[in-house]
Design a protein around this ligand. Structure first.
Ligand code: HEM
Length: 495
């Protein structure tokens, strides 16, 4: 038996002292003494797994469960690197505000080099700064309207020329939307000669897109099978387009990049790499957003009807205001407010985007996130999707609700820092105004021209793919079989 009475007092004092000192000087207590907590860390269970299995299999679940367990900031060891993930709106807003401690530029250079193959001479060239400034100007809300006007014209002519399968036959929604949006975007930005119209270019583009996130996350490009091959094919095709006279019919956005590069003594390959850097978000993100808008709406009990009704009403009103006008292109260039469509677009961007904002802790002194201290050079990922799925902000966040952002008073229903499909702070998406305009215009043109219905006789499903996360719209896994036919309209309403 053990009795407290048997312990003699000096021993009790000594052992208690050792226990208290031991507890105080374990690393976590050291951090508490310095008012800094140790960041919780998640690792792969097995040494041969480069990424924690749960993160790879179901990122949404991984972030939700890890946040519940460890709070909204934690480190993950993946691919031999430590990344610090931040999953709540307040901490993300604080990171966006503190651009001195959370910097972006070292990562931008690394991506340009690894993902798009920029040689060092491009990265150190003053021309790069000039090109970024011209892109910023050409994508700004004031200037972007001319780009959107040409998108409306190109979209209309592509829709007119579209050949549909024979009546009663179904087709995949995904290729229908992606091909249409792909062609309209490339033609409006780069002119009708753009090589992107070729099927081989498309195939190489999607292969490049599939692997890009791995490279952006630090995997050396030469270790990702096929990545460099597809990228260099795209670069070669863009070079041959540059030599084609037709590219001169392209937009200001493309032509100012090309002339700044040429005047700065850049090679064709350098210029093609910059153009690939513009093409990638242009083609990968906005077309997938349009796909999700249609796919989610078709699976919603109301289907596409409320959107079609709103657009038809606006079209009739527009024709009354513009007597004699009878042209979808002019209507698409002059679209009125469409509150339901706007809400459905905002909801699609909330529900189907996975956008990371990545930062590096400034090399001098380190900084803090909440109560955690971060070392200089550490890399931080703001997981905006976790905010989009936060039950404290959004009612029933796993439900697609096209009316969620409809406001009758005009005041927003959710705070702006809780809707971040385009990231935020110093690296907020440059193309966001163009992207939203493009989703609006192409959706209107498609719904004015086609009836799209799920093919009930050939059921199909589409889910969010677990990979390729963090770079804008989630890529689909699967597709929906749809029947598409042209709408019949009274003769005077036709284009
Ligand atoms: C639905 C469509 C799109 C989505 C969801 C999207 C999303 C994003 C995201 C999440 C970022 C990173 C933001 C951050 O780090 O905080 C980004 C950056 C960027 N995006 Fe987009 N994007 C879209 C369309 C476009 C388009 C159409 C263009 C160009 C025409 C574009 C050009 C850019 C550029 C240049 C950056 C880099 C900004 C910088 O680092 O300063 N994006 N985009």
């Amino acid at each position: 038996m053990f009795y407290w009475e048997n312990i003699n007092p000096p021993w009790l004092i000594i052992t208690s002292l050792i226990a208290v000192l031991g507890a105080l000087f374990t690393p976590s207590w050291t951090a508490v003494f310095r008012r800094k907590a140790v960041l919780p860390t998640v690792r792969s269970r097995w040494p041969w797994q480069s990424i924690p299995r749960a993160l790879e299999a179901d990122p949404d679940r991984f972030f939700a469960e890890t946040t519940r367990k460890h709070g909204p900031a934690f480190a993950v060891h993946a691919n031999g690197r430590k990344m610090i993930y931040v999953t709540n709106a307040t901490l993300i807003a604080a990171i966006y505000k503190n651009s001195k401690s959370f910097v972006m530029s070292p990562l931008q250079g690394l991506w340009a080099k690894n993902c798009f193959g920029f040689p060092n001479r491009m990265l150190s060239s003053p021309v790069l700064g000039d090109i970024m400034a011209s892109m910023h100007r050409d994508l700004s809300p004031k200037v972007v309207s001319s780009l959107l006007q040409s998108l409306a014209s190109e979209g209309c002519s592509i829709i007119d020329a579209r050949v549909l399968p024979p009546a009663g036959k179904h087709q995949g929604l995904l290729p229908f939307i992606l091909d249409l949006a792909f062609d309209a975007s490339t033609r409006s930005v780069f002119g009708p000669g753009m090589a992107a119209l070729s099927p081989a270019f498309r195939e190489a583009f999607w292969a490049f897109d599939t692997n890009l996130p791995r490279v952006a996350f630090g995997c050396p490009p030469q270790k990702v099978p096929g990545f460099e091959k597809h990228r260099e094919y795209l670069v070669t095709e863009i070079i041959s387009t540059l030599k084609d006279e037709k590219h001169h019919e392209g937009s200001e956005l493309a032509s100012s990049c090309i002339s700044l590069g040429v005047n700065g003594g850049w090679s064709d390959s350098d210029i093609a790499r910059i153009l690939l850097g513009i093409l990638w978000p242009l083609l990968a993100n906005a077309p997938n957003a349009i796909f999700w808008l249609f796919a989610l709406q078709l699976q919603h009990p109301d289907g596409l009807k409320p959107l079609v009704d709103e657009i038809d009403r606006a079209w009739e009103l527009w024709r009354k205001k513009n007597p004699g006008a009878n042209n979808y292109v002019d209507f698409a260039k002059d679209l009125p407010e469409l509150p339901l469509l706007k809400s459905a677009i905002d909801e699609t961007l909330r529900y189907a985007s996975s956008s990371y904002s990545m930062r590096q802790v400034h090399e001098e002194g380190g900084t803090a996130i909440g109560s955690y201290f971060l070392q200089p050079g550490e890399q931080v990922v703001c997981v905006t999707r976790s905010v989009h799925l936060d039950e404290n902000i959004y009612d029933d966040p796993l439900r697609y609700d096209p009316n969620r952002f409809l406001t009758h008073t005009g005041s927003p229903t959710v705070p702006s820092h809780a809707h971040m499909p385009f990231g935020g702070g110093i690296s907020i998406c440059e193309g966001r105004h163009y992207a939203v305009g493009k989703i609006r215009i192409l959706t209107v043109l498609i719904l004015l021209e086609f009836v799209i219905e799920l093919d009930g006789r050939s059921p199909s499903t589409v889910k969010f793919a677990p990979d390729n996360r963090g770079f804008g719209m989630i890529r689909p896994d699967g597709d929906l079989n749809v029947k598409i036919r042209r709408r019949s309209r009274p003769a005077e309403s036709q284009k």
